[in-house]
Design a protein around this ligand. Sequence first.
Ligand SMILES: Cc1cc2nc3c(=O)[nH]c(=O)nc-3n(C[C@H](O)[C@H](O)[C@H](O)COP(=O)(O)OP(=O)(O)OC[C@H]3O[C@@H](n4cnc5c(N)ncnc54)[C@H](O)[C@@H]3O)c2cc1C
Length: 377
Amino acid sequence: MTLSPTTLPREPVLILGAGLMGRLLAWQLTVQGHAVDIRDAGSPDGNTSAARVAAAMLAPLAEAAVTEPNVVAMGQYALPRWRELIAQLPEPVYFQQQGTLILWHRQDTGEALRFAGLLGATQRALPTLPAPENVHGQRLAELEPAVANRFHQGIYLPEEGQLDNRQLLHALLKALERHGTQVQWNTPCTLDQALDWQTRHGGWVLDCRGLGSQPDWTLPGPTLRGVRGEVVRLHAPDVTLQRPTRLLHPRYPIYIAPKQNHIFVMGATEIETDDLSPVSVRSALELLSAAYAVHPGFGEARILELNTQCRPTLPDNLPAVRQPAPQVLQINGLYRHGFMISPAVLDAVIEHMHSGTQTLADRLQLCFNTQQPSAVV
Ligand SMILES: Cc1cc2nc3c(=O)[nH]c(=O)nc-3n(C[C@H](O)[C@H](O)[C@H](O)COP(=O)(O)OP(=O)(O)OC[C@H]3O[C@@H](n4cnc5c(N)ncnc54)[C@H](O)[C@@H]3O)c2cc1C
């Protein structure tokens, strides 16, 4: 969706949080003529954001196993939008759309059947999704020769993608700098402080603080929670996987997302806690063993990073936009799908800001609550 800069109001905007959603919104609103003020609690490399740690897979159908059809539909909407958005950025961002490969060991065939059943149900709900392909022998070897002698079958999900999250965060900052928009780093901000800013400047406040919004997302009790994810970043010159690969497993399901230059991001645990402490030995052992089981070349890989972040998550595990006060939007709950769906959320928020409508949000069934319960703020 493209909006004409000339027809838009140019009210000032304060954005809290310069992680994934904050940076995307700041960039697009700046391009469209708004003066944007941004505050972030962390540093420019995104050290306090989930966005920096994420694997940044754009895998709507693969995620059908753990989410609802509306999130899958947002992911499907977002894939071509990412291509457009990345093309407008001033620095390159690795973006790949060569599908996802799902693998399992013979003893986990039950998991594969369960997964295939979930794919089928999502496919029936969203018939425009590209059809999954069962792959065996020669076809599997054509797709990923590196795994063909260890696995004899798999499911290939065409058109799914991934991008390099750190390049994206960097390129978004460069784009903002080119427009003369600066971020105030190491500046944590509350919603009350943002409302003071709005009283003085007018315009809009967009709360994109991810898990940092927890104190201001409390009706009737704390409803925004963290879901801890631990990941490993490896340099594995002997591994030639070309596309995101997932291993189905009843206890240690993992994904391996190949970035450029033989860098692999592997993850992720899914633990119900806000704990941001370093990766546990158990998680590291499980992730690394599972990766070694997919490809022995990981045995000689070098561990570049073991990292933890928490996914900002609402009770239904779905994203939501809500308006606690006039021209104040809280955008949150992106959970494990921030990269997959953020272009859809971006376009829906900008549509609302500029025209007061929610056509896209309605179409994609994105929860967009513009009621203003007085107790929220
Ligand atoms: C291990 C892991 C793997 C993931 N893998 C994927 C994946 O493969 N695909 C996918 O689509 N998604 C993935 N995600 C999810 C994705 O990273 C998140 O959904 C997304 O980053 C959420 O975006 P956000 O902008 O809401 O929050 P964040 O990216 O966390 O950004 C929030 C920002 O707000 C700032 N902030 C916090 N408090 C304050 C304050 N008081 N004042 C000012 N600023 C503040 C923070 O510093 C941060 O920069 C993964 C997440 C994790 C943790």
